[in-house]
Structures are given as C-alpha cells and as structure tokens.
Ligand binder design. Structure first.
Ligand code: SAM
Length: 275
C-alpha cells in the first residue's frame, strides 16, 4: 500500500497557531520535507517532534520530488511544510502535489495559518469574492502589465509583497487602481500586528520604510465600471472632477480599462453622438 502525502500548515508568527493535528501528523510521518530545514528544526524542537527532515525548497531538482515519490510508493508517509503558513501557497509544494496525483498517491491537507485569508477576514473589504494574486512580477514592465490586467477584476485583490519592495509596489498600484480602499495587514499574529487602512494613493504616500511582513488587499473594481461606453465617460468625468486636464483624464481612463487612448476617445465620441 502507498503512503500519504500531507500538506501541513505551520504558524505565520505565533507558535500557538500550530494545531494539535499538525503536531500529531508531524510526529507520525516517516519524514518531513521542509523548505528550510534549520527553521523547521526550531519549530520541531519547540513541539518535541523528532521526525527526520529533508530539504524541499524551490531550488530542489525534480530528482528530490522523485525521491519523495518513491518513498510514498514504498508505503512511507511524508509531510510537506514551508517556512510559514500553507505549503503550495506562494511556497513550494504544488508540483509535488501534481506528481502525487499523477501517481495515485493519497493527499491530505492539514489546515492552519495562512497570511492571505487571515488578512482578508480582518480587512473589512469584500470577503465574498476575492482573488489571491500572491507576489507581483519583479520586473517593472511585467508588474505594470500584470496590475493593469487586474484593473477590471470585480473582487478583492490579495497580494503578498516583501517589505523592501512595498513602497514601489504601492506607488505603481496607485497609478493603476487610483483611490481604491486598501488595507496593509502587517506582522499578522505577531507582537506588532497592525492593519493600515485608507485609500491606495494616500497609503502609498504615507509608507516610507516599512518593517515586517505585509499582505496588501485592494478593493476590487466596482461592478458598475465594467460595462463599456457610458462607464468610460463616467470615469473620464471623475478624473476631470479631480482636476485632471482632458488629455490626462483620457490617459488615466485608458490605463484603468487597459485599452488605448484612441479607444477611449472613440467611446466618448460614440456616447456624445447618442445624446
Ligand atoms: N505560505 C504562506 C501562507 O500560507 O501565507 C505564504 C508564504 S510567502 C513566501 C511569504 C509572504 O506571505 C510574505 O512576503 C508576506 O507577504 C506574507 N506573510 C507571511 N507571513 C505574514 C505575516 N505574519 N503577516 C503578514 N504577511 C505575512
């Protein structure tokens, strides 16, 4: 009989978030595949878990996954853990899950802490529709295009971002999303946990040298913006009311709808012809 692959959550800061089940499973499995064995060793020591560890990070070759598969096929059980939170969420694990599925290995979640959902439930933003985005691309050009593609999504957007890139990220996001309601969830479950709320442009200006770990949540596009011509003119008008000249208002609207300025111009012509 083949073994089971467990995807096991670990705390994102507060050790009390380790579940009873996680402790039991980590004690019972034959081996724990960990993103950072030194870091996981500390967690295991704290909970008096003596299971052997092997390294399983994003730089591991496919050969490591194959070795884990062989152990599972030989009847051993394996738990995957990342440095914090859920494995396979912006962390290693997803490829191994696919390999296990392809080989009819039983997979079992051990739920627990996760930064994105912990931030979302305290954000005050729409929790019924959300899109987990994770890390935006590092290259400026790719990041801009990536953000623009999200501009019309009618759901709360959840990003992860490293502290040293946060200021840049917020400024660029502000250019694309404008004044949308935004929440920065900082150091969740830790001593300095805090939620900074406000409009994106103000938050981007306020943040200087952020410390700690952050989840960024941005309000989704309001659904009334999605329809074409009339909404485009509404958005242009809003920008004009904010004091932008006609050219800049059309440029900002084009960015928001991820279309060319010429298309905005044509839509405005179409609307005024109808009137
Ligand atoms: N697998 C993890 C999970 O389930 O949340 C996410 C790992 S990802 C490599 C790390 C990112 O998650 C950080 O850069 C930060 O954006 C977010 N994060 C992790 N722990 C956090 C915390 N305690 N408070 C705020 N954000 C956190």
């Amino acid at each position: 009989m083949t073994g089971t692959l467990y995807l096991c959550a670990t705390p994102i800061g507060n050790l009390e978030d380790m579940t009873f089940r996680a402790i039991r499973i980590l004690r019972e499995v034959n081996v724990i595949a960990a993103e950072d064995t030194r870091r996981t060793r500390k967690l295991l020591t704290h909970f008096e878990i003596h299971t052997p560890l092997i390294r399983f990070d994003e730089n591991c070759s496919a050969a490591v996954s194959e070795k884990i598969l062989q152990r599972l096929q030989a009847g051993e059980s394996v738990a995957v853990v990342s440095d914090a939170g859920l494995p396979a969420i912006s962390d290693p694990g997803a490829d191994l899950v696919r390999l296990a599925i392809d080989n009819d290995i039983k997979i079992c979640p051990i739920p627990g802490a996760n930064a994105a959902l912990s931030a979302l439930i305290c954000s005050g933003l729409n929790t019924s529709k959300f899109l987990f985005v994770g890390f935006a691309p590092k290259s400026k050009k790719n990041r801009r295009e990536f953000l623009q593609r999200l501009a019309t999504v009618n759901a709360t957007l959840i990003f992860y971002e490293a502290p040293h890139r946060l200021k840049n990220f917020l400024s660029e996001a502000a250019e694309v999303f404008g004044e949308r309601q935004t929440v920065l969830a900082r150091e969740l479950t830790k001593v300095h946990e805090e939620f900074l709320r406000g409009n994106l442009i103000e938050l981007a200006e306020k943040i200087s040298e952020p410390l700690g770990e952050f989840v960024v949540l941005i309000e989704g596009q309001a659904s009334e913006f999605v329809a074409p011509a009339e909404d485009i003119s509404t958005v242009v008008e809003k920008f004009l009311e904010q004091g932008l000249d006609k050219k800049s208002a059309m440029r900002e609207t084009a960015k928001r709808f991820n279309v060319s300025r010429r298309e905005i111009y044509n839509e405005l012509l179409a609307v005024s012809c109808k009137l």
